[in-house]
Design a protein around this ligand. Structure first.
Ligand code: SF4
Length: 371
């Protein structure tokens, strides 16, 4: 395990951002209490609970991305007290890395209070389009303990980005948000990009990374559009393994050369690294309290208002072994069969689908962990 972590971590440079020593934003800063919890609870004590969680702070969002995993989710939004309870429960279960998402999480008026509460012993990361950000809010989030922000930007071309997001002005909003966080300082700034199939070509990605470097951000958080919604339930949207490997090589090259950190999710989640942790080490609580294995997996195991989060997680993790393959990339076809016009699938259909789902062998990290 030590050798595995040494090799993996050696691929990234440590950046000092406002005193946070950051390898990349999927891991807590190396000098944080959250990182110590990762070592103590997950590597030494080997706790059963999740390590990473995402929580939807609101489903409201002015943008309309075609691939949005939150699109169509409905219900009674969680109030602040419920969100704080969820955060507390997640920490007690072992979560040390917490991503706030939405909708647009900045539209939750209590985001600073929630961040402050969570950041006591979790690394807190914000995923945002930048909509609703002010300098005062950015400073408030930094002072509350936010260590990283990922601003969504899918293309260097303003028109292409705005079109993809269904929102004129999305591009300028994103660039303004980067500028605002840069002015405020003390928070790692990343650009989170959902790469389209057309963009996933080494020369295009290089061009994009060159553009992102010019923005003065610390990290490019790259992912592919996942088949989470009906419009993407097709083989044509799945990135072939060889293209993923090529992107991983490109990531390593960029990180070696220095400058911007490139953090490609397909590398982190590959079988030779941490694999797919949906429902085992990863958990998602949407803005309405429904619990899913990850943001991209439109299944529900119950609502936090009806059952304890621990009970829901126990049921879910029993059905979701860590796997060397992205669950959604492998099993999106089954969603077609169980889909009745609403996502996430009902609990009944969630269980029906899982009777048929196949999981790959455990990824390297989990093989080493269980020795
Ligand atoms: S299903 Fe697994 S690999 Fe795919 S996006 Fe979710 S956590 Fe990542």
């Amino acid at each position: 395990m030590v050798r595995f972590l040494y090799d993996y971590m050696g691929k990234f440079k440590v950046q000092d951002v406002g005193g946070h020593l950051i390898l990349h934003s999927h891991l807590p800063p190396l000098n944080s209490r959250a990182y110590k919890r990762f070592i103590d609870e997950h590597l030494i004590k080997n706790v059963e609970g999740p390590s990473h969680a995402q929580v939807g702070l609101t489903n409201a969002c002015p943008q309309k991305c075609a691939y949005c995993y939150s699109r169509g989710r409905k219900g009674e939004p969680m109030d602040t007290e419920t969100i704080l309870r969820v955060v507390r429960d997640l920490r007690e279960m072992g979560v040390f890395w917490l991503g706030f998402t939405g909708g647009e999480p900045l539209l939750n008026r209590d985001i600073v209070r929630i961040t402050e509460d969570a950041a006591a012993d979790c690394a807190v990361k914000l995923f945002t389009s930048g909509f609703g950000l002010t300098e005062e809010l950015a400073a408030g989030l930094r002072d509350a303990g936010l260590f990283s922000v990922s601003v969504s930007l899918d293309h260097w071309n303003e028109e292409v980005h705005d079109r993809g997001r269904g929102f004129p002005g999305a591009y300028r909003t994103a660039l303004r948000a980067v500028e605002t966080f840069r002015n405020v300082g003390g928070v790692q700034i990343g650009i989170s990009s959902v790469l389209s199939k057309e963009l996933i070509r080494p020369d295009k990605v290089e061009e994009f990374l060159g553009f992102l470097s010019g923005l003065g951000v610390h990290e490019a958080w790259l992912s592919e559009a996942k088949p989470s919604v009906p419009a993407f339930w097709s083989e044509e949207f799945i990135i072939p393994v060889e293209e993923r490997r090529e992107l991983a090589r490109l990531q390593d090259r960029w990180n070696k050369d220095g400058g911007i950190t490139v953090n490609y999710l397909g590398h982190f989640e590959s079988g030779s690294h941490f694999g797919c942790n949906a429902g085992s080490k990863m958990i998602y609580v949407d803005a309405f309290g429904e619990v899913s294995p990850c943001v991209f997996t439109p299944l529900t195991f119950g609502n936090v208002r009806e059952r304890s989060l621990r009970e829901i997680f126990t049921e879910m993790s029993a059905r979701f072994p860590p796997s060397d393959t992205c669950f959604m990339n492998a099993e999106y076809g089954l969603f077609r069969k169980y889909y009745e016009g609403a996502l996430p699938l009902s609990r009944e259909h969630t269980h029906g689908l899982l009777e048929e789902a196949r999981f790959g062998p455990p990824p390297k990290f989990h093989k080493l962990r269980s020795r």
